[in-house]
Design a protein around this ligand. Sequence first.
Ligand code: PLP
Length: 474
Amino acid sequence: MDQKSVSLPTLALALVGSTAIGYFLSTLLRPKQAPQKREQRVVLIDESDLDPITKLPFGRETRAQLFHLKGAQSCFLNHGSYGAVPVMVSSAQQRLLQHVEENPDRWFRRESFQAQKDTLSKLAPFVGANAEDMVFVVNATSASNAVMRSLAGSVVKKGDTVLTSNLCYPACLNALQAECDRVGASLVQLSVAFPVPSGDHFVQIVEKALEENKSCKFAFFDHITSSTAIVWPAKDIVRACRKRGVKVMIDGAHAVGQLPLNLIELDADFYTGNFHKWLFAPKGSAFLWVRRDNQALIEPLVTSHEWKGGFQKSFWMQGTRDETAFIAAGEALRFVELMGWSRMDVYRKKLLNWAVTTLTERWTKRIPEYSQGGAFLACPREMNAYMACIRLPFKDTLEDDKPVQAVANLNPTSSTKANNLMMDLLENYHIVLPIWTFKGHLWCRLCAQIYNSEWEYERCAEVIETLYRSNKYT
Ligand SMILES: Cc1ncc(COP(=O)(O)O)c(C=O)c1O
């Protein structure tokens, strides 16, 4: 829809009228036998929320007016780890929470299942899927656990192999390892060259590993790697696995909202994605997609009333829990539509490109040692979406062959120096930037979001340079 050609109140009314929540509640709350006089309805977005949104320039103003982020002078360069929720999305969630609390039985006994289904129907086209093949989960970690636990003992048995890479997200790596240990299978971690030369290089090593590991029954790869921010060619990876009869899961924790997705075309066996990162949904909102022929294999981590009740039902009912973040993902999608997907895409790519060039060129010019430290980037620029991993002008002493470890979550195996620098930036300079160590240097991951502006990266470049000159991290 061309937003400019429609007046804002008309647009707002059209959108409010068509929200998934408004629709399902207005239909659900109508008793089946005795029609009610007044239709109850929870409107999660009202016109006053929508009014200013579409006109704001991205950057400072978007941040100040549409997000909760505090401190006008703080640099928030880490959308990737936990996302950031727009005010209109969290107020929609609050309104839903209130609706639930007004009559919890009504919600859990009558509305919740339909609400999840209706919201999934809204979200499914955005990821190129059928809603029937998707379920809500609280995060990508739990989706990965559910799949691996379900396959262990049925598809992956004693003596079999599970394949992943050494850039696999550490929590998911643990999930794979734990289940392999439980059934006596082995986990093979491909060693990826760093910096990564190309997507083709990765596909070649995956193919080689599949040839060499005939006992491989399951492969698990990120769509976008976590700390290194590399977009893998998921389609080629899936093709390579399926050609050899190996079931494959793609972990798209970062992909929803960063990459255009078409899960039907991708045709993996399993796919998970977080709505709470790049789609702007509240935390605790993610999905698991399972290809139809695999659905009977997959069980949720929590066995509850709907055990064996079918794929969607078994995931829906997992004990009493707060489901408002799931439903509010529909409103996060509405936010994305309002802001304009392609407008956001252009802004974020341009900003990231500028930031990567500005930081690396500045340090190269002003810090002679920096240009002698090898590659500046973890991968070629065309393998990034809205995040990029760049080298900092600090050395570190971890073994070169140690797998990359994310320290954004303070993983205890990350280096002390990386953690100290990350905390120093956070507490003393108000710069939020994840940092870790690899190949003898410290690296950071830059993110570009619609609330970011150039000054944040400039300040980051300056502070890093000042810290370099202070010798605090040499
Ligand atoms: C590739 C990948 N998988 C899984 C996760 C975990 O996401 P969550 O904490 O939402 O489970 C992340 C988080 O950054 C990630 O980058």
